[in-house]
Design a protein around this ligand. Structure first.
Ligand code: LLP
Length: 463
């Protein structure tokens, strides 16, 4: 296999017509531990390893593309969140980021709760034995069937998203002879600094019940009157991939403000508040995420202070991190195929996956990093765009990145921080087969979600 440089490919410092990228790192071989999972390193041959396993061996055994999930890192992050919030708070892992039976087992063992937002996620949680009282059901349009399933399983809480749903849940619970604990999801009117499609607390969007125009107070009034439900708290989620704590602080303050109004109007002090998920992670070296203990400290301080000044007992706080737990724990391993240098622009590096295993770049302009992992290279940095094999020019995995100029077909490259919202948003576009998720730990690897096969695809095609 040729390892020769591509003479027409641009080098750092050349003129480019578009793109925003940071200068190349001093050494392209460095795997920055801010972006890569905790057990990633390089062995003496320059091959990247995870949990002590060389990626070349992993590629041989499991094929590419594939997601490799660092179980020790996942568990450590779970513990960091539960330790940070302590025993007077609850951490709900947001299953939408990535859910499988193995993940449910880890959550169970590490003492976390689980937020599910669909019948499928609920089924996975129950199948893997998550105690129902540790499950919360979310969603802006839960079906009657999903609600029935959740209520009869005895989930710990259903987060109500509308007036209609409140009546529906109350009715279903009554007909099943249950009283279902519920929270009301409010929109607090905070503009989160993130992509429009993943910001959720401004008013002009589909989630929750607005605080500002008195709708949330009205929802509380109705909830307190309905049989079949028990209102236990208020929920707010302001968006995703957020670094700035200010939005969470405003949100916490407004939620506590509502608790005080409820106390004044009804003489009831609701015992819980949930401040949602949304904490950002590092996809590139420029990203600077907050640590769980920092987040816990500032949120707890705000809630305690606001409650004290309103004369309220401090409610039990819960949070719902998804990305911040699973995001940094996995990378996607690809094999390099066609390499196309475009004079004066950049070099297009095609991999054997693409938007079917990572839609985030196309959908949110997400930024990712990438590295050559099957060997070390001291070649010059080459401005590259990592693209997939789909029939679409927007099929970009990493928009702007530097890879060594001697990159060649057959090399393995890896994109870190793909644990969240990559496998869970993967598709069969162009009849792509969704990649496996392989959990790695202490020198061993096991498939936790297997690779799709053509038989899987054809099994659904019953025409
Ligand atoms: N709680 C609720 C009610 C949510 O809606 C979400 C995410 C979370 C918690 C977890 O948020 P996290 O901690 O993972 O940011 N597909 C998008 C993200 C959508 C987030 C939807 N809700 C992405 O790939 O960026």
């Amino acid at each position: 296999m040729s390892r020769s440089a591509h003479p027409a490919g641009p080098r750092y410092g050349d003129v480019h017509t578009e793109g925003h990228y940071s200068p190349p790192p001093a050494d392209l071989n460095t795997l920055d531990d801010k972006i890569w999972s905790r057990t990633v390193g390089r062995d003496e041959d320059g091959v990247a390893t995870v949990a002590g396993l060389p990626v070349t061996r992993l590629a041989e055994e499991f094929g590419t593309p594939a997601y490799f999930l660092d179980e020790a890192d996942f568990r450590a992050r779970c513990r960091a969140w539960t330790d940070a919030f302590g025993k007077d708070a609850d951490v709900f892992y947001a299953g939408k980021a990535f859910l499988s039976r193995a993940v449910v087992h880890w959550l169970k063992e590490e003492g976390l709760n689980l937020d599910v937002c669909s019948g499928g996620e609920l089924a996975t949680a129950l199948d893997a034995g998550m105690p129902p009282e540790r499950i919360a059901l979310h969603g802006n349009n839960k079906s009657v069937h999903e609600i029935e399933r959740a209520v009869s399983a005895g989930v710990g809480r259903i987060v109500l998203d509308s007036f209609q749903e409140m009546v529906r849940v109350a009715h279903i619970a009554q007909s099943l002879g249950r009283v279902q604990p519920v929270q009301i999801r409010v929109t607090v009117g905070v503009e989160a600094h993130t992509h429009e499609f993943i910001a959720t607390a401004h008013e002009d969007q589909k989630f929750g019940i607005a605080l500002a125009d008195g709708q949330a107070a009205e929802a509380v009034r109705r909830a307190l009157k309905l049989d079949g439900i028990e209102l236990i708290g208020i929920h707010s989620h302001i968006g995703s991939q957020i670094f700035d704590m200010a939005g969470f602080e405003v949100s916490a303050r407004r939620v506590v403000g509502l608790l005080a109004e409820i106390r004044d109007e009804h003489g009831v002090e609701l015992p819980e508040i949930d401040l949602g998920g949304g904490l950002g992670i590092a996809y590139t070296p420029e990203d600077d995420p907050r640590e769980p203990h920092d987040i816990a400290k500032s949120l707890t301080a705000i809630v305690t202070r606001e409650c004290e000044s309103a004369g309220l007992r401090t409610p039990r706080i819960s949070v719902e991190p998804g990305r911040a737990i699973v995001g940094p724990t996995a990378f996607t391993l690809y094999e390099v195929g066609t390499i196309k240098p475009l004079e004066g622009l950049r070099t297009y590096v095609s991999v054997d996956g693409g938007m079917s295993d990572n839609i985030r770049t196309a959908l949110y302009d997400a930024e990712y990093s990438v590295a050559l992992v099957s060997r070390r290279s001291d070649a010059e940095p080459m401005l590259s765009r990592v693209v997939g094999k789909h029939c679409e020019s927007g099929d970009i995995v990493v928009r702007d990145a530097f890879l060594p100029a001697d990159l060649a077909p057959g090399d393995l490259i890896a994109v870190p921080a793909t644990g969240a919202y990559c496998r869970s948003m993967a598709s069969n576009y162009n009849h792509a087969l969704r990649p496996p998720v392989v959990a790695v730990k202490d020198g061993s690897a096991r498939v936790i979600v297997r690779r799709e096969t053509e038989e899987d695809l054809l099994r659904l095609d019953v025409g």
